[in-house]
Design a binder for this molecule. Structure first.
Ligand code: COA
Ligand code: ADP
Length: 581
C-alpha cells in the first residue's frame, strides 16, 4: 500500500468554520479495513469501497429527499492510493444540489493511519441519486439552500456537472464513431495475447442482503460485482494482481430486484504499455424473461511492481468484429480520459493558458471555462476599489493572481441582455478594444470559437489577437445567473501571425442576474494576465475610469437594442423566432 502522507486539504470538503455549522445532509462513515474486506495482497477491494461509498451517499440523498432514493449514475472516479488492512477509511457525503427528482451527492474518501495520525485522500466522486417515483408520479425535491461559500461554489458547479453527465453518453458515442474511423486497422503484435483468454462471465443471484428496503439491488453491490469480474479479466492478461486506477462515468440504466440473476461479462478491450482497459457489462433476468441491460463500465488497471512502478503489459489480439471495434474504441477513450484528466484536474489557477481545442476535449474545456467563471462569481472576498455612477470596480488578490470584477445595473430584461452580450461579434459596437471579431466555429448551441483582434496601442506597434472559446449558459433555475464565459484556446487552423501579438485570456466573462423583469445586474470578471494588467491598474489606482466608460457604452448599447433580436444567431434565438426577424 502507498505510504504517501498527503495532508487532507480538499477545498470542496474544507471544514466550514462558520460557528460550528454542519451541512444538514452530511453523512459520515468510518470503517476499519479487515482481512475480510481485502484481497490477497492485503489491500481493500475497490468493490467493497464502492459499496461503502454508495451507502454513505444514498443515506445523504435520502436525508435530503425524505424518501427512498436510488443511484442513477457515478461520475469518473480516479483512485489515488490503495488502502491496506488495518487502516481506517473515512467517507463523507453531502448533497451539493437538488434538481427536480435528482440530486448530486459529493463523496470524499480519505484513509487514516491510526498509529501515525496521518491522513490522505483516496478519491473524490460525484454520484447522482434519484428519488423513487411514488404513485403520484415523479417526486419534486425541495431545493438545497447553500449556506457557505464552499456550498455556494459546489451548488453552482453541480449544475454544470449535471449538464455534462446528461450529454456524456451521446458525446462519447459521437466521438468514438468519428475517432475510430480515423484510427484505421488494428495494429498486429507478435506474442499478443488473444483477448478471448481474458473473457469472464459470472452470474450472481440477488438476495435480500444485496438489496435495500425497497427490494432494489444496491447500486454499490452491482458496482462491486462488476469490479470483481473486471479484476479477473485484468489478472488473466497480466498473470499478476492488477490495481484499479480509474472507472469511467457510468449510468444505471434500469433497476434490478431481489430474485434477479445478474450476468456479468468482462473482457480486456485493449492493453497499452502500462495500463489496460477492461469493459464490463451487467445484464439481469428473471426466469425466462429476456436479458435487461443494467449497466456497462470501463475500468483502467495497472500492474505495479514491488517498488510500485507500473509494469509493461503484454499486448492484446482482439477478436474479430466486436473485439476489433472495442479495441479501437479503447484507444479513443484513452485519449478522451487523458484530455479530461489534464483539463479538469488542474486547479483553476493552474489551468494552462491556451489548451489546444479539438472536438474530443470540447466538453471538458467548456466545463473548465464555465466552472472557472462560476468560482470567481462565488468568491465573497472582493474588495471595492472604486465606484462611479453606480458602476463598481472590485479586485481580488490571491496567490499572486489579480482578478477584477465590474458590476452595474441596466434597464433591460436579463434574457435580452444575455442574447445581446452572447454574440461577441456585436461587442465592437460598445467596446473599443474589440476592433475585429470573427466567429470561427459555432461548436454547438452553447459554445463558439472566435478570433478577436484589438487595435494597436502605439504607432508602429502591433495589435493583439485572441482565440477565444465562448461558453454561454442559461440558468438551470431561478438561483442561477445567465453566464458567458471566455477563455483562450489554440487552434491549428489559426496560428499566431506576424501582424499580431497573440494574447491570452485565462478566465473572463459575464454573469447576468435578473433583479426583476426589467432590471438586470451585469457583472464582468477578468483574471488578469500580464497583457491586460497595465490597462486595469490605472483604473484600480483611481487614475482613470476607463472601466466606467466601457460599461456606460455597454449600457447604452443594451438599452438601444432592448427590443431587437436581429443579431441573434439561430441557436441563440428563443423558440418561435423565425430567421427573418
Ligand atoms: N445521470 C444523472 N442523472 C440522470 C441520468 C444520468 N445518466 N439519467 C437520468 N438522470 C436524471 C434525470 O436528469 C432526472 O433528473 P431531474 O428529475 O432532477 O430532472 C431523473 O434522473 C429522472 O429522469 P427521468 O427522465 O424522469 O427518468 P429516466 O427514465 O431517465 O430514469 C432512472 C432515470 C435513474 C430513474 C432510471 O434509469 C433507473 O431506474 N435506473 C436504475 C436505478 C437503479 O436501480 N440504481 C441502482 C440501484 S439503487
Ligand atoms: P460495447 O460493446 O459498445 O463496448 P457493451 O455495453 O455491450 O458496449 O459492453 C461493455 C463492455 O463489456 C464491452 O466493451 C466489453 O468489454 C464487455 N462485454 C460486453 N459483452 C461481453 C461478452 N459477451 N463477454 C465479455 N465481455 C463483454
Amino acid at each position: 500500500m502507498s505510504e504517501v502522507k498527503d495532508v487532507v486539504e480538499d477545498p470542496l470538503f474544507a471544514q466550514e468554520s462558520e460557528e460550528g455549522y454542519r451541512n444538514p445532509t452530511e453523512v459520515k462513515m468510518s470503517q476499519i479495513v479487515l482481512p475480510c474486506h481485502a484481497n490477497h495482497r492485503g489491500e481493500l477491494s475497490v468493490g467493497q469501497l464502492l459499496k461503502w461509498m454508495d451507502s454513505t451517499a444514498c443515506l445523504s440523498a435520502e436525508r435530503h429527499a425524505g424518501c427512498s432514493c436510488m443511484t442513477a449514475s457515478v461520475d469518473d472516479i480516479h483512485f489515488e492510493h490503495t488502502i491496506g488492512v488495518g487502516k481506517v477509511v473515512n467517507i463523507i457525503a453531502k448533497v451539493n444540489r437538488a434538481f427536480t427528482s435528482s440530486m448530486e451527492v459529493g463523496i470524499l474518501v480519505t484513509c487514516e493511519d491510526l498509529y501515525t495520525d496521518s491522513q490522505w485522500n483516496v478519491c473524490h466522486a460525484f454520484a447522482t441519486f434519484v428519488a423513487r417515483r411514488t404513485e403520484a408520479g415523479k417526486v419534486q425535491l425541495k431545493q438545497m439552500i447553500p449556506r457557505t461559500q464552499t456550498e455556494q461554489m459546489e451548488y453552482s458547479l453541480a449544475a454544470e456537472r449535471r449538464r455534462m453527465r446528461l450529454i456524456h453518453a451521446e458525446i462519447i458515442t459521437d466521438l468514438l464513431s468519428s475517432s475510430t474511423a480515423q484510427l484505421g486497422e488494428c495494429q498486429e503484435y507478435q506474442d499478443a495475447v488473444p483477448a478471448e483468454q481474458t473473457r469472464v462471465e459470472s452470474v450472481e443471484l440477488v438476495l435480500p442482503p444485496h438489496a435495500n428496503h425497497q427490494v432494489s439491488t444496491f447500486g454499490g453491490q452491482i458496482m462491486a460485482w462488476m469490479e470483481n469480474v473486471a479484476t479477473i479479466a485484468a489478472s488473466r492478461l497480466s498473470k499478476a494482481h492488477p490495481t484499479l486506477r480509474s472507472i469511467d462515468m457510468f449510468h444505471f440504466r434500469g433497476p434490478s430486484h431481489i430474485g434477479d440473476r445478474l450476468v456479468l461479462k468482462a473482457i480486456v478491450n485493449n492493453a497499452f504499455k502500462h495500463s489496460m482497459e477492461v469493459g464490463v457489462c451487467a445484464e439481469a433476468y428473471q426466469g425466462r424473461e429476456p436479458l435487461r441491460h443494467i449497466n456497462s463500465a470501463f475500468m483502467t488497471f495497472e500492474v505495479l511492481d514491488s517498488d510500485r512502478k507500473p509494469r509493461t503489459l503484454p499486448r492484446i489480439r482482439p477478436e474479430p468484429v466486436d473485439g476489433k471495434r472495442r479495441y479501437q474504441e479503447a484507444i479513443a477513450r484513452k485519449k478522451i480520459r487523458l484530455d479530461r484528466k489534464y483539463i479538469m484536474s488542474c486547479k483553476q489557477t493552474e489551468v494552462p493558458l491556451s489548451v489546444p481545442w479539438d472536438p474530443s476535449n470540447q466538453i471538458y474545456l467548456s466545463y473548465n471555462n464555465v466552472s472557472a467563471l462560476k468560482l470567481m462569481d462565488t468568491r465573497n472576498n472582493w474588495v471595492l476599489a472604486t465606484e462611479k455612477n453606480k458602476v463598481r470596480l472590485y479586485t481580488l488578490e490571491e496567490n499572486c493572481v489579480l482578478c477584477i470584477k465590474v458590476e452595474t445595473h441596466v434597464n433591460v430584461p436579463a434574457e435580452q441582455t444575455f442574447h445581446l452580450l452572447s454574440d461577441l461579434r456585436r461587442r465592437k459596437e460598445w467596446d473599443q478594444h474589440y476592433k475585429e471579431c470573427e466567429m470561427i466555429n459555432e461548436v454547438d448551441e452553447e459554445d463558439a470559437l472566435y478570433r478577436v483582434a484589438t487595435p494597436r496601442v502605439s504607432k508602429g506597434g502591433k495589435g493583439t489577437d485572441f482565440i477565444l472559446l465562448a461558453s454561454r449558459r442559461k440558468p438551470c433555475d431561478t438561483s442561477d445567473p445567465y453566464l458567458i464565459a471566455l477563455r483562450s484556446v489554440t487552434l491549428p487552423t489559426h496560428p499566431p501571425t506576424e501582424n499580431f501579438t497573440r494574447g491570452e485570456v485565462l478566465c473572463a466573462g459575464f454573469t447576468i442576474w435578473e433583479e426583476c423583469s426589467t432590471v438586470t445586474k451585469i457583472t464582468y470578471y477578468n483574471q488578469a494576465t500580464p497583457g491586460v494588467l497595465p490597462y486595469i491598474t490605472t483604473d484600480i489606482a483611481g487614475l482613470s475610469s476607463s472601466f466606467y466608460s466601457a460599461f456606460s457604452a455597454c449600457s447604452h448599447f443594451l438599452e438601444a437594442n432592448k427590443d431587437s433580436r436581429d443579431a441573434l444567431s439561430p441557436s441563440l434565438r428563443p423558440p418561435g423566432l423565425g430567421s427573418s426577424l
